[in-house]
Design a protein around this ligand. Structure first.
Ligand SMILES: [Zn+2]
Length: 309
């Protein structure tokens, strides 16, 4: 059985974002606390006892407190059900939470060599001693099975693939520690249960849907997909910033080149938008945008959502 918990549904900054006075952030601080959401991450398990995080957001500590499945086992002085963290990119939003996992519990970080090179280039991450916290490089299009702490198989099979995207923000204007060329900075994941064969896809960042990606996702039982912005120029139109969705490596939900249209009619059973920016009007339950997304068969992820496949 494949168990998934949405630890956080929001894009970078969360909802509300500390310095944002947009309508969604204002509502989340006042009359609509249910809009509050932490930064995107999910936890997945095949046995219900050992869990793997997909990305470690800056809100990880809060997310772990809110998720009983990830609390230390009963009667154990030092314990965590977390056996590993799989990183899909090297953005601060995906890796900063690792720093909250520094109290000596052994686990493995699975990431592409390009992302591991970003961790290695920052001395702060040395706090996760390689003796306790193994770094395991993963390759594009090569399925791997994360191991349990005792080396036994986890029952999960994970296939990373290149997602159309961009390099990490923190590297803008400076050299990538792994060099200029090559895929691996932004991954999509196919996550399956070896026993049942059930699977889902996780793509928290995707700049556009290629034909290759369409055929990969066709017929999937479940996808989590990049829901950062409703429209490409949303941040500019709202006076919140000067970057387009595309400029940040995220395709819009709406429009002729948006995710709703691109992923229609592919026989995907359940479609969930994740990594939703606080500028996105789809977050407001009575918005026209929310109605359009839901009528098109999409669900908007919320923190704490649990799914069993
Ligand atoms: Zn805001």
């Amino acid at each position: 059985m494949l168990r998934v918990v949405v630890l956080g549904a929001a894009a970078g900054g969360g909802v509300p974002q500390w310095n944002c006075g947009c309508p969604v952030c204002r509502a989340a601080r006042s009359e609509h606390p249910e809009l509050q959401s932490t930064q995107a991450s999910i936890a997945v398990s095949a046995d219900g006892d050992h869990w793997y995080l997909i990305n470690a957001s800056p809100d990880l500590r809060q997310q772990l407190i809110a998720t009983p499945q990830l609390h230390p086992g009963a009667g154990q002085l030092r314990h965590s059900p977390i056996s590993g963290v799989i990183l899909t990119n090297g953005e601060i939003d995906a890796v900063a939470g690792l720093l909250s996992m520094r109290e000596g519990w052994p686990f493995t970080i699975y990431a592409h060599a390009r992302v591991l090179s970003i961790l290695k280039a920052s001395s702060i991450f040395n706090v996760l001693s390689e003796k306790n916290v193994r770094r395991q490089p993963i390759e594009l299009d090569e399925t791997f099975e994360p191991a349990l702490p005792d080396g036994a198989p986890s029952g999960l099979e994970i296939t990373p693939f290149a997602a159309p995207g961009k390099s990490a923000w923190s590297l803008e204007g400076s050299a990538h520690p792994a060099g200029r060329d090559g895929d691996g900075d932004t991954l999509g994941l196919r996550i399956g249960d070896t026993a049942s064969g059930k699977y889902f896809y996780f793509l928290a960042a995707c700049a556009h849907v290629t034909d290759d990606l369409k055929s990969r996702l066709a017929g999937a039982p479940l996808i989590f997909f990049d829901g950062t912005v409703w429209r490409d120029d949303e941040l500019i139109a709202a006076g919140l910033g000067n970057k387009t969705g595309q400029g940040m490596g995220h395709m819009a939900m709406s429009g002729d080149h948006g995710a709703i249209k691109a992923l229609a009619n592919l026989g995907i059973e359940r479609k969930i938008f994740l990594h939703i920016n606080n500028s996105n009007p789809v977050l407001l339950r009575d918005s026209a945008e929310r109605t359009i997304a839901e009528r098109a068969g999409w669900q908007i992820a919320a923190d704490g959502t649990e799914i069993t496949l």
